[in-house]
Design a protein. Sequence first.
Length: 177
Amino acid sequence: MSVLEISKMGHPVLRRRAREVEDPASPEIRTLCADMVETMRAAEGVGLAAPQVFQPLRIMVFFAPPESSQSGDPMEIAPLTTLINPVLEILDPAHDVDWEGCLSIPGLRGLVPRARHIRYSGLTPKGERVTREAKGLHARVVQHEYDHLEGVLYLDRMPDLMSLAFESELVHESAGR
Ligand code: NI
């Protein structure tokens, strides 16, 4: 396994619709999935999509740790998951607003509205189909990574750029809460 280079905003691979994986069981795809997990971990992210490692393919990896859930609702928690050719369905279009960052836009954070309750499905590298409902950070990270497969970045989802800030300055924000 290897840690891959991460594409940064401005590279066209992040602005194209990624294409379906034709053979999810191929050794090349298995290697790419493993490398994406290692790259996400090395970068200390909670999600990564294949265009972020310069591969215009519909693959994403993510997790939602229990400590990120305030309610303890199991739908807010997800183990490390790799999804190939995922599909996404909005179950409750009501939005929650929370901070997001992106490994392709290093150093910045912004407040982004996301649908509160979703269902998603996709294939794992072992060929199993995963179907889950998600809320909280879990729903947020899946929507963020799915957007990468459509060439969309979180900045595009911000109704108000006033909250856009460098992480290093957000200490003032949290101190003011
Ligand atoms: Ni991102």
